[in-house]
Design a protein around this ligand. Structure first.
Ligand code: SF4
Ligand code: SF4
Ligand code: FES
Length: 327
């Protein structure tokens, strides 16, 4: 490979007010990963460069950094794939305090995971003669989440974490899914209650950044969706976000024998989301008045689309499919 310009973030809290990008020029050997390149820079060009690494095999999760603005495992990224116009930028993970160069303080990440009690609570009411066996079918429910290597890439790039540091975060939620769906665990419902609280699973905005950045099959957004489905199937819908989901479903596809209109009813949705909260409903009035003044208000009588029967049929199929999936 031709010479590459590596722009690597450098920061020393004793001498620097803020991080800066330092350029290192290197001719990466054939097949080199970004971690190989960081090591070469450290050994040959700047012995002070600080970064984390251990396994070099995408197993330990310690080498995650931001490459060209997005979290990736340095040891799983070929340098040739990361170079754009002859250069690559390597910075520390986001949403955590910087300690030095590419090293961040992972404490908030570990604290978020700890909040979901990431350990099995055995069901002592069951009698086991030997170890607690699990069927292949049941194992598959937690297989994906079990592949998490705790690299914090998802935590780094989560948009909600950026504005709400109290948000549980994608890794903790993926870890929670692993225990909620574990048939040997005794605390499924308590766990779902906890996850349903403010800063929990309903605060995720579905941006999918976590799943895009995740280097394993853990894919947090998919796990969050499974948690939400489980909560809704159990009737845990007493919060704005769950009611919002129900509002979509009801206004488009109908419910309890009442047919939906085939399209979103924008008058119904916000009121449905607020539930029985008078304060919540009153808070919608100023928005409604502004929409009315600007002639942006949706029609009071919802329009029913031409092929609404097809849409209702689709929703019935979804319901059947979901019931199958719960078995
Ligand atoms: S999908 Fe949700 S948890 Fe994942 S990064 Fe986006 S907001 Fe965060
Ligand atoms: S869910 Fe994926 S991105 Fe997040 S910590 Fe686990 S392995 Fe890393
Ligand atoms: S060094 Fe272990 S995951 Fe990269």
């Amino acid at each position: 490979m031709a010479e590459v310009r590596f722009l690597v973030s450098k920061y020393n809290s004793e001498t620097d007010a803020k991080p800066r990008l330092q350029e290192f020029r290197l001719d990466p050997p054939q097949g080199a990963t970004l971690l190989d390149c960081l090591n070469l820079i450290k050994w040959k060009l700047d012995g002070t460069l600080s970064f984390r690494m251990s396994c070099r095999s995408a197993i330990c999760g310690s080498c995650a950094v931001r490459v060209n603005g997005h979290a990736r495992l340095a040891c799983k990224t070929q340098a040739a794939d990361a170079v754009i116009d002859g250069r690559v930028t390597i910075e520390p993970l986001g949403n955590m305090t910087l300690i030095r160069d590419l090293v961040v303080d992972l404490e908030p990440f570990w604290a978020s995971v700890e909040k979901v009690r990431p350990w099995l609570v055995p069901d002592d009411s069951k009698k086991y003669e030997r170890e607690r066996l699990q069927s292949h079918h049941d194992q598959l429910k937690i297989d994906a989440a079990s592949t998490c290597i705790m690299c914090a890439s998802c935590f780094s790039d989560c948009n909600v974490m950026e504005v709400d540091p109290k948000f549980l975060g994608p890794a903790a939620l993926a870890k929670a899914q692993r225990f909620v769906f574990d048939t040997r665990d005794a605390e499924k419902w308590d766990r779902l209650e906890l996850l349903g609280q403010i800063h929990g699973m309903w605060d995720c905005t579905h941006c999918a950044e976590c799943s895009t950045r995740c280097p394993t099959d853990a894919k947090p957004l998919e796990r969050i969706t499974e948690l939400r489905r489980a909560a809704m199937a159990a009737g845990m819908t007493d919060n704005n976000a769950a009611r919002h989901v129900l509002g979509f479903r009801e206004s488009i596809g109908g419910f309890k024998g009442i047919g939906g209109s085939g399209m979103l009813n924008e008058n119904y949705l916000p009121v449905r989301s607020m539930g029985l909260s008078i304060g919540g409903i009153l808070s919608l009035i100023p928005v409604g008045l502004r929409m009315f003044a600007r002639k942006k208000n949706p029609p009071l009588i919802p329009h029913v689309i031409e092929k609404v029967g097809e849409v209702r049929k689709m929703f019935r199929r979804f319901d059947e499919y979901n019931k199958e999936g719960e078995k």
